[in-house]
Design a protein around this ligand. Structure first.
Ligand code: SRM
Ligand code: SF4
Length: 576
């Protein structure tokens, strides 16, 4: 870190540095009975422990009016590499969700669970309970490597299995080493002055910002490899893993009207052998640790380090640290970013069922018994559960003898079969947003069902009901449902208003472009209807919606993150 950077360190950097490896005053904050909140500094440190302080935004104004403090609750995020858990772990999480949270499990876009609405006095019991289930929450959030995501069903072939095993190794390898987590949540003996070497990789200040890694297995790009800070693309020869292409510098987050912030897709910089994967990951993390911007958190992700210093610089810095050059990247091709639903049988005769769960929300409603139904399935299932980064779920490794029983349970609890859904619904993602997300500007998860109900008839009228079009909705521009990779994306601007983006690649290889600003639901439907009609009439054989809107001149193709906010010549021509 240069002297100049050191003197201008952001407040968060100073906090991390003096936090004694993430201890801060969290224990005092938790013990304070006067408030349901923790101190602002501890709220920041808690993220590294896998939990966010939030307040119920539906109640915020009313509580303010009544001069009450906000209805604080904590979101707890589980770290679960590759999104895999056993039936016993499922049952334990379900129990914690019902006892301490809001009776719901939420599958995230990074293949894990979140619990919402845990009050402060229950937080320790919740996190300890997750650990008792042999899961953890450490490093699920914070300026460290987060949950490593990976293609979801390792049983499908030995290759899938290999790739999953690497995601687990990576996740373990990059874990913070601080004992703070064990002291605070698991009652391990306290260290008053932790030694500097407690955190050999991350040091006292951890990373400048969050860091995300994923492993993809072509032709599926279900994990959106190009949205990761660091992506590994598995390369195989005759179903045997030969190594990984290395992709760096992806990220989605941006702010409206701040062109210095933008989504960016990762660049493929070379290839490494499987046994080199951990070394490469460590070196990439260290380059970002040492060169990432610690003065401005809005400019601190790896994507900006790369764009500021150049890809060539990054590659040579990386190779200098490795002491060997990456090999030339190997050819690969992605087909799509979606999940395949329904039943599949593997070579060993075990069954796998992928269920579509709108926005990943598992709770009981008058229509569907998602939570209870899956609980009953977990009680009899002898395989495991695999979450997808598209917020869906595979019940994996079902024994032949159990298949019928599971089918009956799905039917009794009216759990829908996504095979019968339309193509848009099957490819829809939305972030959490209201009422828990403190950054939401508009509804997302709660709006998606309404939006689908409005758009599906338009698609049906045009004979496109079964066509796969990927739709992403978020309540703000931070990009939690990776909206800038949606062929159609709606990004919240203010309550009830959204920016409409069009034209991402169906294979996850191209960003979309702003088409209209500040639309209300009616306007979204009105603007999309003629585009959908034209697509139905004029599309070429196999042409995806995202490609069509570019060929038809609605938006220009974005070829680099830095171009994302540039005025669109197509749009200007369209308007004049
Ligand atoms: Fe996210 C912040 C939810 C995946 C980019 N994200 C948040 C917070 C914690 C809001 C906050 O900081 O107070 C949200 C909590 C909402 C709630 O009530 O639960 C939140 N993010 C989510 C989840 C749950 C969305 C979902 O509906 O599934 C996803 C949890 C993933 C996980 O299990 O780890 C989630 N977030 C993502 C992704 C997608 C991904 O990683 O593949 C992105 C875009 C990729 C990226 O990181 O660039 C993403 N979240 C952000 C950002 C913008 C970061 C940036 O570089 O600008 C923020 C805001 C921030 O960090 O300042 C954010
Ligand atoms: Fe919240 Fe915005 Fe992320 Fe949605 S995209 S969960 S509104 S931070």
């Amino acid at each position: 870190m240069g002297i100049e950077q050191k003197t201008q360190l952001s407040d968060d950097e100073r906090l991390k540095e003096r936090s004694r490896h993430l201890r801060g005053t969290i224990e005092d904050s938790l013990a304070d009975p006067v408030t349901g909140a923790v101190s602002p500094e501890d709220a920041k440190l808690l993220k590294f422990h896998g939990t966010y302080q939030q307040d119920n935004r539906d109640l915020r104004n009313e509580r303010l009016r009544q001069k009450l403090e906000p209805a604080y609750g904590f979101m707890v995020r589980v770290r679960m590499a590759g999104g895999v858990c056993t039936p016993e772990q499922w049952l334990r999480l379900d129990e914690l969700a019902c006892r301490y949270a809001n009776r719901s499990l939420r599958i995230t876009t990074r293949q894990t669970f979140q619990l919402h609405g845990v009050v402060k006095r229950r937080l320790k019991a919740t996190i300890a309970g997750i650990n008792r289930a042999l899961l953890s929450t450490i490093a699920a959030c914070g300026d460290v490597n987060r949950n490593v995501v990976c293609h979801n069903n390792p049983y499908l072939s030995p290759l899938h299995e290999d790739v999953y095993a690497w995601s687990c190794r990576l996740s373990e390898f990059l874990l913070p080493k601080t004992r703070a987590y064990h002291e605070i949540w698991l009652d391990e003996e306290r260290i008053t002055e932790p030694p500097a070497e407690e955190e050999p990789l991350y040091g006292r200040s951890y990373l400048p910002r969050k860091f995300k890694i994923g492993i993809a297995l072509p032709p599926s790009n279900d994990i959106d490899i190009f949205a990761q800070d660091l992506g590994f693309i598995a390369i195989a020869d005759k179903n045997r893993l030969t190594g990984f292409n290395v992709a760096v510098g992806g990220g989605m987050g941006m702010s409206h009207s701040e062109p210095a912030t933008y989504p960016r897709l990762a660049d493929v910089i070379g290839f490494c052998r499987p046994e080199q994967l951990l070394e490469v990951a460590e070196a990439v993390v260290k380059v970002q640790r040492d060169f990432g911007d610690r003065t401005n958190r809005k400019h601190a992700r790896l994507k900006y380090t790369l764009d500021d210093r150049s890809l060539e610089w990054f590659k040579s810095e990386l190779e200098a640290r490795l002491g060997w050059p990456l090999q030339a990247a190997r050819p690969f091709r992605f087909k799509d970013t979606g999940d395949s639903f329904g039943w599949v049988r593997d070579a060993r005769g075990r069954w796998h069922l992928t269920l579509g769960i709108l926005s990943g929300r598992i709770s009981d409603t008058p229509e569907t018994g998602w939570l209870t139904g899956l609980r009953e399935i977990a009680k009899i299932h002898d395989g495991d559960f695999r979450l997808t980064t598209n917020q869906n779920l595979t019940i994996a490794g079902i024994a032949e003898a159990n298949k019928r029983h599971i089918e009956d349970l799905l039917e009794s609890y009216r759990i829908p079969n996504a095979v019968q859904w339309g193509g848009l619904r099957r490819h829809a993602l939305s972030c959490v947003a209201f009422p828990t997300c403190g950054l939401a500007m508009a509804e997302s998860e709660r709006w998606l069902p309404h939006l689908l109900t409005r758009l599906e008839p338009v698609l049906k009228r045009n004979g496109l009901e079964q066509d796969a079009i990927n739709l992403r909705v978020t309540g703000c521009p931070n990009g939690c449902a990776r909206p800038y990779l949606g062929e159609i994306a709606l990004v919240g601007k203010s309550l009830g208003r959204y920016n409409l983006y069009l034209g991402a690649g169906f294979d996850g290889g191209r960003l979309n472009k702003l088409y209209r600003e500040g639309l209300m639901e009616e306007e979204v439907v009105a603007v999309l209807t003629p585009l959908i009609e034209r697509y139905a009439q004029e599309r070429r054989d196999g042409e995806h919606f995202g490609d069509f809107v570019i060929r038809a001149g609605y938006v220009s193709a974005v070829t680099a993150g830095r171009e994302f906010h540039q005025p669109d010549p197509q749009l200007l021509a369209h308007r004049s």
